[in-house]
Design a protein around this ligand. Structure first.
Ligand SMILES: [Zn+2]
Length: 279
């Protein structure tokens, strides 16, 4: 192992939702943004970081049962289209979820931290601040707890007790060429992942920037614990990445258009992020 280890990086789009508006992605209204009521679809991703030595997974998504629960709870307003389960998406890359030893959890929102039981061999790398926030006084408010699912958080608490959570406070190396960095803003403990690839340092922003336009336009996302930290976080993503085109937002459908599919069978499900993007 040398200190110039590089990785292949893949985005797996496990779910998609077309019925969604621009004002759900940007803090905006008819007055500040005439397009606020226009469509802004959203993709749901997990990511895989792979080389000959290891396969590290970033986030674990949600399953069909969670999708059904939220669909009912929302009165059928929230209707995602499931493309595959996170486990199936990883299998397309030849990764057996049951054997994965390291999973980075960007934050504990429902669309990032479900399906933990599908990773029985994993250690979960999570920011201390995220666990504190998800189990602290802010969770008494529906504004803050709406994007968390208590049973998923309880699963992670159980993993704390069984010694399977690797807590991080700030910046940490997970493996050679793979580091995590607490960005905050969206939630206090949301972290990005910086990976050395053949095209330089790639940053998986996860929900430190949901869409390209959030960081490119310095436009905050409406689910936010601290707007000021979110804005400084956009700059931090830029400082960590080789260039702006090396930042991968957490939910943007454009990621699927800008990067090549793994193969024809995985079109619309798996794209390769260490390839040069189409502009
Ligand atoms: Zn999310």
């Amino acid at each position: 192992m040398t200190d110039d280890t590089t990785y292949e990086v893949y985005a797996i789009q496990y779910a998609y939702r077309s019925e969604r508006k621009r004002h759900e992605t940007f803090i905006t209204n008819a007055w500040t943004d005439p397009l606020h009521g226009t469509a802004q679809p959203i993709s749901y991703y997990i990511w895989a970081i792979v080389n000959a030595e290891r396969a590290i997974v970033v986030d674990t998504g949600f399953d069909a049962a969670e999708a059904a629960r939220r669909r009912t709870q929302s009165g059928e307003l929230w209707r995602p289209e499931m493309r595959c389960t996170p486990v199936e998406g990883l299998a397309m890359l030849g990764i057996d979820a049951a054997k994965v030893t390291d999973v980075i959890i960007s934050h504990l929102h429902f669309d990032h931290a479900g399906t933990l039981s599908d990773f029985p061999a994993a250690r979960f790398h999570l920011q201390e601040q995220e666990m504190q926030f998800a189990t602290g006084p802010c969770m008494a408010h529906s504004y803050f707890n709406g994007a968390y699912t208590v049973d998923q958080v309880l699963d992670m608490v159980r993993h704390v007790y069984s010694g399977r959570v690797g807590f991080v406070s700030g910046d940490a190396e997970i493996a050679p060429g793979i580091t995590v960095h607490c960005i905050g803003g969206h939630t206090p403990g949301v972290q990005c992942v910086r990976v050395r690839t053949r095209r330089g340092w790639l940053v998986l922003a996860s929900d430190a920037s949901h869409m390209y336009d959030n960081f490119e336009e310095m436009a905050p996302y409406p689910i936010v614990a601290d707007v000021r930290t979110m804005l400084t976080g956009f700059d931090r993503l830029g400082a960590l990445a080789e260039s702006r085109s090396h930042i991968i937002p957490g939910h943007d459908p454009l990621v699927m258009a800008r990067y090549p599919a793994l193969n024809a069978a995985c079109e619309d499900m798996v794209v390769r992020l260490d390839a040069d993007p189409r502009e």
